[in-house]
Ligand binder design. Structure first.
Ligand code: SIN
Length: 552
């Protein structure tokens, strides 16, 4: 197995900035946490790697799930979430999510987010895979993330107590002698006095950096999703859990075998409106696979597609949305319509070629019900976190909701326990061996080929060998590309390690050599820490109830 770096920072910080709270990331989780911290009167430094709206939130299509309809209830939302999570959800965390969810969505509307409404003026709710009720609120048809982002960015901009720093890559956690968070080292580009590596100091640090889709060659995630938050937390000694549960979205537009990077999503909501999958022979195969047919949970649909692709020797299946008609496409799915047409496919008259591609990571930095991690003063929120609400497979449209709900809880916790400012221990030594950016494509190819939808002992052994060899390939230098590549390689190594250990098939983790669910041995979670020599230490723990301590 690869030896991983325990520190990235290569230089003594050249500048320092202080706040009560540092929030890293500007998607729904980061922006909402910043706003909640302000409500508690805390000053916030909000840092983001690119510009404020370049993360995954902006790209979310389907919407945000919450029991808002009269014929729905948090109990039913809970049940659907637990079923999708295949026995690995933390039920208490799910209860928090579904109970506090409707209020969190209404709070977002009070901030100015405009959801689509029906003819009576009520929020229009649609359906996606795994949901037994219409409970997906959407905006701009299929531009929900962009609308949520717009409303939150405007609210943040109105608040003089939030300082936004763009083009700022978080490197490592800064702690005090007690091991509690006291800030982060940060690399900032093009910001005058704050250029280069500096120290952002605060006794409360919230990671909201999103996922790590760029670990794979084909993903729906934008280019910024390189796992910087999970990498930082791992190097700091935090508990990392459930990262083997990488979700592959079933209907990503197929652009050919050589396509790489961010791929165009075709939302589940299109199937919610009546579109269906067919194979190359025109067979509607999902009806034979699951009682919910094309609206089965996401892992079931992705696996069924992969089976069809293998059996038929093709490289994709088709989504047939022709019956929706031009009006529905224009009104409900303007973004997807444009995305298809710009590639020469008119979904009003043509089939859309689709297949699974990486979309989401259910695991991440392990937190308790207040977003606390195993490091005092360090919180995690959104996709970077493992709150336990997703288990082995996230239910569609629960991710924006998770960011909203747990941001509120983190804000409340930080208000009650504002943290203790102590002397920070700044990095003195050179950072460790970085990986040159030339390795990035090779890591991604390795992960797509050996640690994708289908995994086996053999494929995982090959991946482990290739990742170890890459660890000693060309040495990088302190730069954004090489720090990101190092994070990508680190995350690839942890995912592969977990996937090799979990000898069963569950949710989005599919082992060809262990095709059955094994509740007797595996109804538990894998939690990993980084040893000081750069090796990984993994333990099996009960799936519920992480509980961590406060400072102050
Ligand atoms: C989609 O619109 O299909 C994606 C929704 C999600 O990932 O929750």
């Amino acid at each position: 197995m690869s030896v991983l770096p325990v520190q990235l920072t290569a230089a003594q910080p050249g500048w320092t900035v202080r706040a009560d709270v540092i929030v890293v990331g500007s998607g729904v989780a980061g922006l909402t946490t910043a706003l909640h911290a302000r409500r508690a009167g805390l000053s916030v430094l909000l840092v983001t790697k690119a510009t404020v709206n370049e993360g995954s939130t902006q790209w979310a299509q389907g919407g945000i799930a919450a029991a808002l309809a009269e014929d729905d209830s948090p109990a039913e939302h809970l049940e659907d979430t637990l079923v999708a999570g295949v026995g690995l959800c933390d039920e208490e965390a799910v209860r928090v999510l579904v109970t506090e969810g409707p209020g969190a969505v209404r709070g977002l509307m009070l901030l100015g987010a405009r959801f689509d409404t029906d003819s009576g003026g009520a929020i229009a709710l649609s359906r996606e895979g795994g949901h037994h009720r219409d409970r997906i609120a959407h905006a701009g048809g299929d531009a929900t993330g962009a609308e949520i982002s717009r409303a939150l960015v405007q609210a943040v901009a109105r608040d003089a107590g939030i300082e936004l720093v763009e083009n700022a890559l978080a490197l490592d956690l800064i702690t005090d002698a007690q091991g509690a968070a006291q800030g982060i080292t940060l690399h900032v580009m093009g910001q005058g006095q704050r250029d280069g590596v500096g120290a952002a100091l605060a006794p409360q640090v919230v990671l909201a950096t999103g996922g790590f889709g760029q670990v794979f060659r084909q993903t729906t995630n934008p280019y910024v999703s390189t796992g910087d938050g999970v990498g930082l937390a791992l190097r700091a000694g935090a508990d990392i859990a459930d990262v083997e549960f990488v979700q592959f979205h079933p209907t990503v537009m197929w652009l050919g075998p050589f396509a790489q990077g961010q791929q165009p999503l075709v939302s589940e909501a299109v199937r919610g409106e009546g579109a269906f999958l067919i194979d190359s022979a025109g067979d509607r195969f999902m009806a034979k696979v699951h009682e919910m047919a094309d609206l089965a949970p996401r892992d079931v649909v992705a696996k069924a597609i992969m089976r069809r692709i293998r059996e038929s020797g093709t490289d994709h299946v088709w989504l047939d949305g022709r019956a929706l008609g031009a009006d529905t496409w224009v009104r409900r799915f303007p973004t997807i319509l444009e995305s298809c047409r710009s590639r020469g496919i008119d979904p009003v008259t043509d089939l859309i070629p689709v297949g699974p591609a990486q979309h989401y990571v259910s695991g991440g930095v392990l937190t308790d019900l207040h977003g606390r991690t195993s490091i005092p003063g360090l919180y995690a929120c959104g996709e970077v976190a493992c709150t336990g609400v997703h288990g082995a497979n996230r239910l569609a449209s629960n991710s924006l909701l998770e960011g909203l709900v747990f941001a509120g809880r983190i804000g409340a916790r930080m208000a009650a326990h504002p943290g203790v400012v102590r002397e920070p221990i700044l990095p003195e030594h050179d950072g460790q061996r970085l990986l040159a950016h030339q390795a990035r494509r090779r890591v991604q190819k390795t992960m797509d080929t050996h640690v994708g939808v289908l995994r086996s002992e053999h494929s995982l052994e090959l991946a482990t060998k290739e990742l170890s060899a890459l660890a000693s390939s060309e040495e990088g230098r302190p730069s954004t590309e090489d720090w990101e590549t190092t994070n990508i390689h680190t995350l690839a190594s942890v995912v592969t390690h977990h996937a090799a250990l979990r000898t069963e098939t569950r949710g989005s983790h599919w082992r060809e050599d262990y095709p059955m669910l094994d509740d007797e041995h595996w109804r538990l979670r894998l939690v990993t820490n980084l040893n000081s020599d750069g090796t990984l230490r993994t333990r099996k723990v009960s799936r519920s109830g992480a509980a961590y301590e406060d400072e102050g």
